[in-house]
Design a protein around this ligand. Structure first.
Ligand code: PFF
Length: 486
């Protein structure tokens, strides 16, 4: 049952939602960020914690978002308003929808800059601009690429325009059509790159690095990074998944779809590691070179091996496509809201959103050059956007949604929408009521700088806290529910 009287567009094909949501999830987070944070936080042990975070927090939150989107059949603002009204609850909760929509928009404002790097490097590879460069020259090229506002602005504007062209064409003709060839194309290119890695000589070292578990290398900082990254990589609490969920046909299983998307996202992140690290190791480079890993170390490594330029080009085409399929999902919430509430056509809504986005992203882009000194509490505008969205808005939005689902909304709504057997439903409810909130609270405790939660050392305590909170929560939940709903 939906609460919206107006018919809403739905994905055309059986794979429409899975491809679009996987396209949203798989992006710079998987190919740029995951490999370098894995490098920084110690390889296999980090990967294991990351997988646990995806399962314990990512999957339940994603199921909740899709259910909210499909139930409310609208942008995050409209969908939440309807679902909340259906349960007869206080409208303050619909602020969550506004925050999610804003969060997606703000992420895109800095995401287009990094996606612009990818397009710029693709061009450099194609035009031979990186050929024969030394380590120092690679760093200088990366610096020069950022130092010119015209250059950096050109590439981020290109990404903004490409995003808006696709979104402007609509859900089926724009988003669904583009992901239906970009996603398979991307996976194919990734497979070719892994094949190349197998012959590069560094493959065994890469497998060892990614999959050998050494508990001694687990750090609390790494665990928090894994938890935060689980949100970012699954595009949670940013309006993207919720809005895509609003186009999901009523008969599709939300649980199965969510598991497919989370699995595909994780597999692609690991595949990216298997494509990048062999090339890095084959050249005796360090896996922990940070954000410059794929823009400095990798192009350098590609140069040193036969057919490296060709595979380098392939790599940056793949990265650019991954970035685009994510960026289109970040504005869909805003565009959908504008169309539904302001009577705009898709095209006008997209270009209007694109214009504002361009202004904000230009400010973010200037952080790398003329605005390098414009800092507030030691952070540039670019860093502020990243910090506010990943450390605060995404976890806060996630927390709000699971609390909404776990304690506030009528449980029948979710029973109907999720359609799970009683056992699985109870497990989902336990996750959204206790496990996900506790995980998210740890991010806040850390972000507030109160204390670093040393859960690597104290996991029996954490388990005890979880049990205690669950018991307490179940005891007082009717009262808690009344308070939250008032
Ligand atoms: N999941 C994307 C990535 O890993 O690159 C980033 C992202 C997309 C975040 C869409 C938020 C969003 F709404």
């Amino acid at each position: 049952m939906t609460t919206n009287a107006q018919p809403r567009t739905q994905w055309l094909g059986r794979w429409g939602f899975i491809l679009a949501a996987t396209g949203s999830a798989v992006g710079l987070g998987n190919i740029w960020k995951f490999p370098y944070i894995t490098g920084e936080f110690g390889g296999g042990a980090f990967v294991l914690v990351y997988l646990a975070c995806i399962l314990a927090v990512g999957v339940p939150v994603m199921m909740t978002e899709i259910a909210l989107g499909r139930r409310g059949r609208g942008s995050p603002v409209d969908a939440l308003r309807r679902v909340i009204a259906e349960s007869g609850r206080g409208s303050a909760w619909s602020l969550l929808g506004w925050m999610a929509m804003l969060c997606g928009f703000l992420i895109l404002s800095f995401y287009v800059v990094v996606a612009g790097w990818s397009f710029a490097y693709l061009w450099k590879m194609l035009s031979g601009g990186l050929a024969g460069s030394s380590v120092d020259e690679m760093a200088a090229i990366f610096g020069a690429n950022n130092a010119s506002p015209l250059n950096l602005g050109f590439w981020s504007t290109l990404v903004t325009v490409a995003t808006m062209v696709i979104v402007g064409k609509g859900v089926q003709a724009g988003i669904e059509k583009s992901v239906s060839w970009m996603m398979p194309g991307m996976v194919l290119m990734l497979l070719l790159l892994i094949g190349y890695g197998v012959f590069s000589g560094g493959f065994p070292a890469a497998v060892d690095f990614l999959f050998s578990f050494d508990a001694g290398r687990l750090s609390s900082e790494g665990m928090l990074a894994a938890l935060g990254h689980a949100f970012f990589t699954l595009s949670l609490a940013s309006g993207a998944i919720l809005t895509y969920g609003s186009y999901l046909p009523a008969t599709t299983s939300i649980a199965r779809t969510t598991l497919s998307v989370a699995l595909a996202d994780t597999v692609v992140a690991l595949m990216a590691g298997l494509a990048i690290f062999p090339v890095i190791f084959a050249n005796g480079m360090s896996p922990s070179s940070g954000p410059g890993l794929i823009f400095m170390s990798l192009p350098l490594a590609f140069q040193a091996i036969p057919m490296g330029t060709l595979f380098g080009i392939l790599f940056f085409v793949m990265l650019s496509m991954a970035a685009l399929t994510s960026s289109i999902s970040m504005v869909e919430a805003t565009v959908s809201w504008l169309c539904d509430n302001k009577g705009l056509s898709r095209r006008s809504a997209s270009w209007g959103t694109g214009l504002v986005l361009w202004l904000v992203s230009t400010l973010a882009m200037l952080s790398f050059n003329v605005g390098a000194d414009w800092t507030l509490y030691g952070k540039h505008f670019f860093d502020w956007l990243d910090y506010l969205t990943s450390r605060w808005m995404m976890p806060l939005g996630g927390l709000g949604m699971v609390m909404l689902a776990g304690f506030v909304l009528k449980s029948e709504s979710f029973r109907e929408e999720l359609g799970l057997s009683p056992g699985w439903h109870a497990l989902w409810l336990f996750m959204v009521r206790y496990v996900s909130p506790l995980g998210i609270l740890m991010i806040f405790v850390d972000a507030l700088g109160i204390t670093r939660v040393e859960f690597g050392l104290h996991w029996p305590w954490l388990l005890a806290i979880l049990v205690a909170v669950t018991l307490l929560g179940e005891l007082v939940s009717p009262r808690l529910r009344r308070t939250l709903c008032s």
